[in-house]
Design a protein around this ligand. Structure first.
Ligand code: GLY
Length: 350
């Protein structure tokens, strides 16, 4: 039995969460995409575990199947790999009625989605997330992008998938560090929108459960439906991300996304408490929960360097940047903050 969250955005699609879903992926993909060929995009860690099974299922559903594999990790989210992928799709003769199937974590989903959005001006796209972070965040909502040397996710498009199948069996093979990264995003949902979820997460075994994934996806669905293009309430999903992206950048991406977001959430919570916007005990609860998951909550980068890196964030508009600030657990505000104020704010949270 799977759980289903339906997203009504520029396209309507289902996010199905359950066990054993990859075995029937071909049939499900055929029902929403049709076509005669499917290209599975995966990486060299996930592919050996799951791609053969997915491809068998696609072939059984009548697809001619191709596979494109990238090295595991953020370093693969490049314009060069998008170009290699779209040329591969062209060489294999995929048409607009065919499908691109992303099998992997956020890097694979973002890259495959961007290729699917632009190859022949768009073809069917399905997400098969295999990491917790991809399951609760990046596979849903249609953000696709690759990184540029100048910054993360700077070249991309909004392009909704036609289906998301989150097979929770795949979470069992996750490297503990990758699972931890996803837990940071799960905690984020509790802080921005769901105090009861936050309480549930005090039991670390709950974070990767079907119930928690469904709750996170439902929160994301609500925000995406209100604001698909990230101009208003969807920005709440960026809690911890502006500081987090600065930490990632300063570390040369050796600090992973989830760890950086955990640091970002802790810094913002502590700064909010210091400025009387959030009860100090609530800030402490956020920091403690992140630590329960083995996530970092501090950084040795100075406020000045962090603020400079934050000022280059793609979310900046003119001389201000929207920061997401907790008012209490389960309720955050979008606070436009002058770039000149960032250093003092970050210093308050270090
Ligand atoms: N990952 C944040 C968003 O999808 O808006």
């Amino acid at each position: 039995m799977s759980r289903t969250v339906t997203v009504h955005a520029s396209g309507t699609y289902e996010v199905r969460i359950g066990r054993g879903l990859l075995a029937d992926a071909g049939k499900e993909i055929r029902a929403v995409c049709g076509g005669s060929a499917a290209c599975v995009v995966t990486d060299d860690r996930v592919g050996p575990l799951y791609a053969d099974g997915v491809e068998r299922s696609l072939a059984a559903a009548g697809y001619r199947v191709e596979r494109f594999t990238i090295p595991n990790g953020e370093a693969s989210k490049t314009p060069e790999n998008v170009l290699a992928l779209v040329r591969f799709l062209a060489q294999k003769g995929l048409t607009r009625s065919d499908a691109v199937v992303a099998l992997g974590g956020g890097v694979v989903g973002d890259l495959a989605g961007f290729a699917a959005a632009t190859y022949r001006r768009g073809l069917g796209f399905v997400q098969l997330p295999t990491s917790l972070l991809a399951a609760v965040d990046s596979s849903v909502g249609g953000k696709t992008a690759v990184d540029l040397p100048e910054g993360k996710n700077l070249w991309g498009a909004f392009y909704q998938p036609k289906l998301v199948l989150c097979d929770c069996d795949t979470l069992a093979t996750l490297d503990p560090a990758v699972l931890r990264d996803g837990c940071a995003e799960v905690v984020k949902y509790g802080v921005i929108r769901d105090a009861a979820l936050f309480e549930l997460l005090r039991d670390p075994a709950a974070a990767a459960s079907e119930e928690v994934i469904e709750r996170c996806v439902s929160i994301k669905r609500d925000l995406v439906e209100l604001d698909e293009r990230d101009e208003g309430p969807r920005k709440l999903l960026n809690l911890g991300h502006t500081v987090g992206h600065a930490v990632e950048l300063l570390s040369g991406y050796t600090v992973t996304h989830g760890s950086a977001v955990a640091i970002g959430m802790a810094v913002v919570a502590k700064a909010a408490a210091k400025r009387g916007l959030l009860d100090a005990a609530e800030a402490e609860k956020i920091v403690t929960l992140l630590r329960t998951y083995g996530l970092p909550t501090e950084t040795s980068y100075p406020a000045e360097s962090l603020a400079r890196a934050m000022a280059g964030d793609k979310k900046r508009s003119g001389s201000s940047i929207d920061l997401i600030v907790p008012r209490r657990i389960g309720d955050c505000a979008i606070v436009p903050t002058a770039v000149t104020e960032l250093e003092a704010l970050v210093r308050d949270g270090l």
